[in-house]
Design a protein around this ligand. Sequence first.
Ligand SMILES: [Zn+2]
Length: 686
Amino acid sequence: MKFHLSTAILSVALTIPSVISAQQASTPTTHGIVVANIDPSVKPGDDFYDYANGAWIKRTEIPPDRALVDVFSQLDDLSNQRTADLIKEIASSPATAGSPTRKVADLFNSYMDEVGIETRGLTPLRPHLDAIAAIKNKHELAHYLGSTLRADVDALNNTNFHTPNLFGLWVAPGFSDFEHYTPYLMQGGIELPDREYYLDASEQMQKLRTAYQAHIAAMLKLAGFSDTDARAKRIFDLEHDIAQTHRTLADNEDIHRANNPWTVAEFSTNAPGLDWTEYFRGAGLSDVKNYIVWQPEAFEGEAALVESTPLETWKDWLAFHVTEDYADVLPKALDKERFSFFGKQLAGTEQQRPRWQRGVFIVNTYLGDVVGQIYAQRFFSPEAKAQAQAMVANLIAAFHKRIEALDWMNPSTKAEAQAKLSSLYVGIGYPETWHDYSNYEVKADDAFGNGWRGDLSEYHRRVAQLGKSVDRKEWSMTPQTVNAVNLPLQNALNFPAAILQPPFYDPLAPAAVNYGAIGSVIGHEISHTFDTEGSTFDAKGRLRNWWTDADLKHFEASTARLAAQYDTYKPFPDLAINGKQTLAENIADVAGISAAYDGYHASLAGKAAPSRDGFTPDQQFFIAFGQNWATKERDEALRTQVMTDPHSPGEYRAATVRNIDAWYAAFDVKPGEKLYLAPDQRVRIW
Ligand SMILES: [Zn+2]
């Protein structure tokens, strides 16, 4: 599970994280909490989020090319600016053909070559449309569908359950064979972010569906198809039928329902309708004998749809998908049409990002470790790494103590939890080994091909891992990513260099502020080791229940109370937070801030810390936590987030403090104030 999901939402909308805005206001110019962002007219006990961030919210405007502005997007700006500068530097220095740095330069320059892209027109797309047009029967269709399989989903690390291809592949340690990389197959086939976009009855969603169908027709027209309205209707209906077979996001997160081992022979009996032998041959997986199928009913339903839906509809669906998915490297008219739906209507963004910012995103996607290696050397000092490691050690020590002190947990369960904590691999800043991109061919004048081969190269890299020994220290994020991640099957955490900087982490800031800001992020990730997800994996990353029934009962009862707490939050009159969908992340927020608070006080070793700007150390700790969550977001994007994101919106993450006793003392919060919870109503989990 990663800490923050905005990039996934944004990538759907093609409004990628990017560079330079006028709104750098919350980046501190002093080392510590940003006093200028506080709204002193708000009582902390009434609305802690608004208290910590109200002045920033009032003066901040969302730039026209953004769906949101928050602390993460501001750090993304910085990280992307640095990455862009590195790319420029790489591009201007001579590099041997085929070398990784030459690939970076060629990839970026080809993406920037809009004149060349325009001149080539639909030519790069043509062979794919021709291949689709040449499909003569369902047998050939199955082979072609197999050839579209990509390693573009990730159930537990970067938590991405969406692929527009029929299915998606995730390669990770096996649920029962934790020592070897195993193929997980996941549902797919829809372009809109989630099944609810096709099925939800709200007026908002109905409007989006009408607009989406018009968008399909427009894309087909631009790709040279006739009779586009009728084709668009059939494509939409097919996606609607596919969506009906899909699991909900909340159900996708239920790991026990996901552990469905299928042998290759079982696909035809469990999910008849698709020629699976041809499908796997097309995917280059003929030698693979065992899979884990995340959502069996979706595989059954989608395979049946391959049989029951006319071949011509599937061919139109394929043609639309390839056009849609590579629109950014096709002539401008297609790129603009895609943005007008996914950027404007779906995310509410007014303007598309400048091309060069999107080019940085492409380089990060296809050659992220090449740039990341240089980024880490330049922007993450050994001293910063050592200090962050010391902080992690304090947080882990705090968790050891918290577990030991739990009165409800069985000693045998405690021992398992402690063992898991002791063997946790915590990656700080950057990985110990880097991805090899030697199988990725990049051409200076082929933006479309570079995108196509980039997706394929990542797929081949992942397929080549199948059956091999697991490297528990493998990272799932680049150093230049502003995020953090828990890898449950590896019992590992990654904290990339790009999040280990102000305002999250500043070696010159008081310890209270660092523990409140990055400490709560680190605590959040460590706690995933034990949450609803983590409690299903043991110290080795094996899917094995290490809880007693009584422990589980207590845990489920406390977490149900937290789910109910979040169910009461309503960002819109007609849309509440889904406490179940966001439960794992909300638990992690409660646990993270609790452990960070303990870690902070342990770090003081009995010495008193000074007040600053009139704020006590504990007040600074909580304000720093609250300021992590400063967000301005367009309504459309916020709706998408509430419906599809396992994380609660920032405002409600900041409200986590109402479960922490020390927060009440720090701000003298009294009964009657809006966030006040009686001591027995505060949720304590770890
Ligand atoms: Zn998380």
